[in-house]
Design a protein around this ligand. Structure first.
Ligand SMILES: [Zn+2]
Length: 326
């Protein structure tokens, strides 16, 4: 069963999100720093959304949506390393509801593997920000896998099975030109310096090595509809939201080219829309578990979406891209 359909898990995540919102409010009352676009450096931007506490703008040059003003980068990295009680609570919920290890997936169908597998079906793979190692447990059947994880608690879980490098890529001094594939699952949105991260990945990849990226999409229908209340802008942890244009700009600036691009998940459910309209004070995108039979309703809608098999073009709620080191 998909964890999102587990009522108790959803209640725990909703309670955690409410703390997250309170912390975002506290942050918004402290000293925030105005910043230029973290991809292209432009100072020209316009309002994108406000999540109730924090403001997001969109770059006029590369179209990156990013938090502005924002807390200093150092305080964000400290959170990833386990100094942030709210981040730790999320990891504890994840561990409590952790599901069994995945069996060997069909790599041509599995939506976390297929994009990369179709291009490169063997070799060495480094999952950056591997958390407890969920993706590594899938990828290990096809690749020689290793992980990078800065949080000591989640790294300790992954380390029971895999080689895990426990520091930032920039600090690790891994050998150059070492890996065939690097993967970034839901990492790029939260890092203070996405250009620096891709530059570090560039160094460890072999020539023509592949970089897989899965991250929120600012061009999604869900973002357009819910604006500051879209799940991508929950709380304070999202630094930036990419779209195709800003991702291509990031690739270009760091020595990569875009090989494949698609988007996935509509993430708009009529059950949610009703709450958005009728109970705006209670509404949390995809987490309205106070609604009777919420999980069953969302699961039924999701099954319908899947059967309809419509094309989302560039407007799914997440973007999935494979880049190549030029
Ligand atoms: Zn920009």
């Amino acid at each position: 069963m998909n964890l999102n359909y587990n009522k108790e898990y959803n209640k725990a995540i909703r309670a955690w999100l409410l703390k997250n919102y309170n912390y975002a409010k506290l942050l918004s009352e402290q000293k925030l720093i105005s910043r230029v676009c973290p991809v292209c450096g432009s100072q020209q931007n316009h309002f994108f959304a406000n999540n109730g506490s924090l403001n997001y703008v969109q770059c006029n040059e590369c179209s990156l949506a990013f938090m502005n003003p924002a807390p200093a980068g150092d305080s964000i990295n400290e959170g990833f390393q386990g100094d942030d009680a709210i981040v730790m609570e999320y990891f504890n919920i994840m561990m409590k509801y952790k599901t069994a290890l995945p069996e060997k997936p069909d790599p041509l169908i599995d939506n976390k593997l297929s994009d990369i597998y179709r291009i490169k079906s063997s070799g060495s793979l480094l999952d950056v920000g591997c958390s407890v190692g969920d993706f590594l447990h899938k990828a290990k059947y096809f690749y020689d896998v290793e992980g990078v994880e800065v949080n000591p608690f989640t790294a300790a879980v992954a380390e029971q099975f895999f080689t895990i490098h426990k520091n930032y890529l920039s600090e690790l001094k891994l050998p150059a030109d070492q890996y065939d594939i690097v993967t970034l699952h839901q990492i790029l949105y939260g890092v203070p310096n996405p250009v620096g991260l891709l530059q570090d990945i560039y160094k460890v990849l072999k020539i023509a090595g592949k970089l897989y990226i899965n991250t929120p999409n600012s061009d999604s229908f869900a973002t357009e509809f819910y604006k500051g209340q879209v799940n991508h802008l929950y709380g304070y942890t999202t630094q930036q939201v990419f779209n195709r244009k800003s991702l291509e700009r990031l690739a270009e600036l760091t020595g990569f080219r875009l090989l494949t691009f698609r988007t996935e998940w509509l993430d708009i459910y009529t059950t949610d829309i009703l709450e958005y309209m009728q109970n705006p004070q209670l509404f949390i995108h995809k987490r309205n578990c106070y609604v009777e039979n919420y999980e069953e309703k969302i699961a039924a809608e999701e099954a319908l979406h899947s059967r309809l098999n419509y094309s989302l073009g560039n407007r799914g709620n997440y973007l999935v891209a494979v880049l190549e080191k030029v």
